[in-house]
Design a protein around this ligand. Structure first.
Ligand SMILES: [Zn+2]
Length: 451
């Protein structure tokens, strides 16, 4: 495949979204404050910035000095510059990626609380982009979520404004999803997250597992997806590479290889759709602690809800530049079919996704999601952040649905999810559901129906 064919396929979903790729003549140079780069949060920012910006643009230079990867991260002790540079080249072998100080005309993407006139900074659960110096206080619990979120916000700003300066300040946090800093020090490190099953390893499901692994490797992973990596998947997933697409690798195998290499010991895969998966259909009661339901084909939400799921966390990307995080507790008044009613024309064999929420285009017989790279990263990060909070006393800390809009200045809105009259969950027996999740790590979150 030549360069033109590669970029045609690479940017296919971006064009379906009616967005155009960034000008490859404009170089993005990633720089960082030395103290920040020595910290866990700063290195998460560097990893995510290189990963995301390298997928968003074929012209990225690393302008920070090399350091050893932080002991709390996967790949500890390796060269941070080598690792991030290899990652960018693996995603786009035709791109221009290298190391050099920022030059005149570059767009400088600066990581840290200060050191440049505009900064991208995260600390603990909080994120800030705007003029330096950052207002965030130092959180030392090495959670990295705020750092990753700041990079996503910065990348969205860069893309939306076509390299406009980040002069308008924006602060938010991933703890209660409000536009204010949160000084919370909570970290899940030290306790297991339990058995996390991911149904759907497309952009959002793979990104959720990527961000989980940056924070902790202390969980069991079950991965279910029937699909294979294509070149059009590369820009929206932090894990998929050109080599994966060339050998038509199953998405579950690509994500499993990433998790194992990062240090997650117990990873099992099932390369089939959820309704055909033995991991899902034959699982023992209480054996799955949390379900990341990131699939939207084959009427998957019907099969999930009829299978009495544990707590479900997922996020969708929308046609108006938003990522929406959704949480369903067993027994809550709204299930996922309340949000995404089965499509009568296609049920029960095809996609049940509400097309007013997820943009889809029909390509032949297949429907295809379109999204922008930073929206998929945002959706995966929001999902991972929720999973990482499950062991925190007092969880949950936000509404069942939280929308992050990046179309203009960032906007975060939390709303409860109403029950949909006539939904299939009305006939579901709470006692049976309680038995199905009994013994799972987060069964205490199950609520009695209030309707
Ligand atoms: Zn329902």
């Amino acid at each position: 495949m030549d360069q033109q064919q590669f970029y045609g396929r690479l940017n296919d979903r971006m064009r379906l979204y009616r967005a155009s790729p960034l000008d490859p003549a404009r170089v993005i140079t990633i720089t960082a404050s030395p103290d920040y780069l020595a910290s866990y949060d700063g290195q998460v920012a560097a990893l995510v910035a290189c990963n995301l910006l390298g997928r968003l643009s074929p012209s990225v230079q690393i302008g920070f000095p090399d350091v050893a990867i932080h002991p709390r991260l996967p790949w500890a002790g390796r060269s941070l510059v080598r690792h991030t540079l290899d990652g960018m080249r693996d995603a786009d072998p035709f791109g221009s990626y290298g190391t050099r100080p920022p030059a005149a005309g570059d767009f400088r993407f600066h990581l840290g609380p200060d050191g440049h006139d505009t900064v991208v900074h995260g600390s603990g659960w909080s994120a800030y982009i705007g003029k330096g110096r950052s207002p965030l206080s130092l959180v030392t619990s090495d959670i990295g979520v705020g750092a990753a979120l700041a990079v996503v916000l910065g990348a969205a700003h860069l893309f939306r404004t076509r390299f406009g300066a980040m002069t308008a300040p924006f602060t938010c946090n991933a703890w209660d999803w409000t536009d204010a800093p949160s000084p919370v020090e909570f970290s899940p490190v030290g306790s297991s997250l339990g058995h996390i099953m991911t149904a759907g390893l497309g952009s959002v499901g793979s990104a959720a597992n990527y961000f989980l692994a940056l924070a902790t490797r202390n969980f069991r992973a079950s991965l279910i997806d029937h699909d294979h990596v294509g070149i059009h998947n590369i820009t929206r997933s932090p894990i998929f590479t050109e080599a994966h697409a060339n050998i038509d690798l199953a998405k579950v195998d690509a994500v499993a290889a990433f998790l194992r290499e990062a240090g997650v010991e117990d990873v099992v895969v099932d390369p089939v759709a959820l309704h055909k998966s033995a991991l899902w259909n034959h699982r023992e009661a209480g054996s799955t602690d949390v379900l990341i339901s990131a699939a939207n084909e084959f009427n998957v939400r019907y099969h999930i809800e009829m299978g009495f799921p544990p707590i479900q966390l997922y996020a969708t990307t929308g046609r108006n530049w938003q990522a929406t995080l959704i949480q369903h507790m067993p027994g809550a008044k709204a299930c996922s079919l309340c949000v995404f009613p089965p499509d009568e024309r296609f049920a029960p064999t095809t996609c049940a996704t509400d097309r007013s929420i997820t943009p889809q285009t029909t390509v032949g017989e297949r429907r295809t999601d379109a999204a922008l790279p930073f929206l998929s990263f945002a959706a995966g990060l929001m999902t991972a952040a929720e999973v990482l909070k499950l062991t925190a006393p007092g969880y949950p800390f936000s509404a069942e649905r939280v929308m992050l809009s990046l179309r203009e200045e960032p906007l975060l809105v939390g709303t409860p999810i109403p029950h949909r009259t006539g939904c299939l969950c009305e006939g579901r027996h709470m006692g049976v559901h309680e038995l199905a999740i009994a013994g799972s790590r987060y069964a205490e979150f199950a609520t009695k129906p209030s309707r």
